[in-house]
Design a protein around this ligand. Structure first.
Ligand code: PEP
Length: 250
């Protein structure tokens, strides 16, 4: 019942010409948005061009981060209203790389999630444990507290339309994937945390992606799991053919 959502996260890769060629290669090939939500989260500098290039297709464009204020003296930042003004639809929040290298806190992710909805953007809220935390049996506590903090103050409707991305940090860009069963179990625990924080109906409605070395070879198994509603994909989303294969699995 929950529509799959396959989001590519290009991180800090591609030149403008390569980004444009990617969208060109996808034209007329993106599966219908009735079947799967296809999103590419690109570097901010490409967003205007990509939104334009993707017009008339079922490909949505997302940002990889934003500030929580709508405007102000924040040199180098991009605001939620600037993103929605150019018809960006999604924004990744709290990616582990932002948490690790740019000191993004749970509190900031929460402010950004609230700002995203105030500005008509759908947040893709990331959570995930380190290898150490996993080995210490802290996975559920970590992801539950990250998500509970991120959704604080959102209305039940907003939580229901948020997208959550469960990304074990040890699986991002490493070629190591959580087993489908493990990923499914943790996504189920995240759903339980949302049920506790909001209610069961919202928990059943919210879409939870798995992320961490997802590729055409493993996506079908991951997406066949009951609790997994899509994927947030780094490396394998950089190539148009492999991204299309991910969409086909959705
Ligand atoms: C990511 O960037 O969120 C990610 C999961 O990367 P990769 O697919 O390359 O592991």
């Amino acid at each position: 019942m929950r529509k799959p959502i396959i989001a590519g996260n290009w991180k800090m890769y591609k030149k403008l010409s390569e980004a444009s060629q990617f969208v060109e290669a996808l034209k007329n090939k993106v599966p219908s948005a009735e079947k799967v939500d296809a999103v590419i989260c690109a570097p901010s500098i490409f967003l205007t061009s990509l939104v334009e290039a993707a017009k008339g297709t079922d490909l949505a464009i997302g940002a990889q981060n934003m500030h929580f204020e709508v405007e102000g003296a924040y040199t180098g930042e991009v605001s939620p209203s600037q993103l929605s003004d150019i018809d960006v639809q999604y924004v990744v929040l709290g990616h582990s790389e932002r948490r690790e290298y740019f000191n993004e806190t749970d509190e900031a992710v929460n402010k950004k999630a609230i700002a995203a909805f105030e500005n008509g953007l759908t947040p893709i809220i990331c959570c995930g444990e380190t290898l150490e935390e996993r080995e210490a049996g802290q996975t559920v506590a970590k992801v539950s507290s990250q998500i509970t903090a991120a959704i604080k103050g959102l209305t039940p409707e907003q939580v229901a339309t948020s997208v959550i991305a469960y990304e074990p940090i040890w699986a991002i860009g490493t070629g190591k994937t959580a087993t489908a069963a493990d990923a499914n179990e943790t996504c189920g625990e995240i759903r339980s945390a949302i049920a506790q924080a909001v209610n069961e109906e919202v928990a059943q409605a919210v879409r939870i992606q798995y992320g961490g070395s997802v590729k055409p070879a493993n996506v079908v198994e991951l997406l066949s799991m009951e609790q997994i509603d899509g994927a947030l994909v780094g490396g394998a989303s950089l190539d148009a053919e492999s991204y299309l294969q991910l969409l086909e699995a959705g």
